[in-house]
Design a binder for this molecule. Structure first.
Ligand code: PMP
Length: 361
């Protein structure tokens, strides 16, 4: 028996399950399992990556100054209070590393994104799961569970995999009601899909206990390059920079993110196509008896009669070359999460679910 053992908590981590990309024996699959942008990145981001290739022998910028300035300019934020990470996953991990450890609690909600738990366990902290109210985050339940051992509270708004949101007044009430020892983290991975939404940036600016995370993986279509960012109180950003690796973002990633920010027409196009086909798909599913909550993100959580029906539908869709996401691991065994694809993908998935339901009628 080896005497070399990992730190407490590590062996409790269940490996992250990413959305499937292939179906054995089926060609031409449509991947609707990872909330990716069906249109890909902006052509400007692609060109920036190409242009960056000749400089790959150089180490990247350590302070991400150009990208932070561009993010600050677009969002009206102070670049000094912005930190960039290899995806927002890395920012979540920095927050746990810097602020939680053995004996501390990291709180998130019933159907919350799985990296909150993984990052809490990785630092030996105790994950605490708070019930939601019909797939919507409950501020009352979080406030009831929070105590001075609670170092971090993570909420995604809009949330994944439910797609639901809570309003700004509720988020402010949460920030106001938490213990003094607790940092509230607002995960805005899907914020850009909500027109005019600041993801809580205003609340971060006004308070010293709120932090916001964002990503280039969703509406910007750059999940493969790994770029995310955080905005928070200066002291907290300074702390996080101490645990951040000096070269955590590559030259290509930095160049692509700056170019993507510069193409807001493309972002607007992606947002409006998403909203249009999300509404269409929700209606098409409702017509064949598959309910969903109003989604504010780039996916729909389709609810089936029970787990057996959800699994059978998933199997059927796979046979048709359509890959969606099972979410039993998120406490939603009777549901499937379907990323909003382009028009053709939405029509295909709606048609297939209709055929599946008719076959069972
Ligand atoms: N937060 C939420 C709610 C997410 O759904 C995701 C992506 N699945 C992330 C954070 C992390 O995304 P990334 O690391 O690609 O920025």
């Amino acid at each position: 028996m080896t005497k070399i053992t990992p730190q407490p908590g590590i062996m409790e981590i269940a490996l992250y399950q990413s959305g499937a990309a292939h179906v054995e024996g089926v060609a031409n699959v449509v991947k609707l399992s990872s909330n990716e942008n069906p249109f890909g990145p902006s052509p400007r981001a692609i060109a920036a990556v190409r242009d960056s290739a000749a400089g790959l022998h150089r180490y990247p910028s350590t302070d991400h100054g150009v990208l932070r300035k561009a993010i600050g300019a677009l969002n009206g934020l102070d670049p000094d209070r912005i930190i960039c990470g290899a995806g927002s996953d890395e920012i979540i991990s920095f927050l746990c590393q810097a602020y939680a450890g053995p004996g501390d609690e990291v709180l998130y909600t019933e159907h919350g994104f799985s990296m909150y738990r993984i990052s809490a366990l990785a630092v030996g902290a105790t994950p605490v799961v708070v019930p939601e109210q019909d797939r919507v985050i409950s501020v009352d339940n979080i406030l009831a569970a929070a105590n001075p051992k609670t170092k971090l509270v993570f909420i995604a708004n809009p949330a994944n995999p439910t797609g639901t949101m809570i309003g700004a007044a509720e988020v402010a009430r949460l920030a106001e009601g938490l213990p003094e020892e607790t940092l509230l983290v607002l995960d805005g991975a899907y914020a850009e899909f909500v027109e005019g939404f600041d993801a809580g940036a205003g609340l971060v600016s006004a308070r010293d206990n709120v932090f916001m995370t964002r990503t280039f993986s969703k509406i910007y279509g750059l999940g493969g390059l790994r770029v995310g960012w955080g905005y928070g109180p200066q002291e907290i950003v300074d702390v996080l920079n101490r645990v951040r690796g000096p070269f955590n973002l590559s030259n290509s990633a930095l160049a692509a993110a700056v170019a993507a920010l510069d193409d807001q027409d493309y972002v607007d196009y992606c947002r409006s196509e998403n909203a249009k086909w999300r509404g269409w798909l929700a209606e098409a599913l409702a017509e064949c008896g598959v309910a969903s909550d109003t989604s504010c993100a780039n996916f729909i959580l389709a609810r089936f009669t029970d787990q057996a029906e959800a699994e059978a539908c998933d199997q059927y869709l796979q046979g048709q070359g359509l890959i969606v996401r099972r979410v039993a691991g998120y406490g939603l065994p009777n549901a499937l999460r379907i990323t909003i694809g382009d028009e053709a993908a939405c029509r295909r998935v709606a048609g297939a679910i209709k055929a599946f339901k008719e076959g069972r009628a």
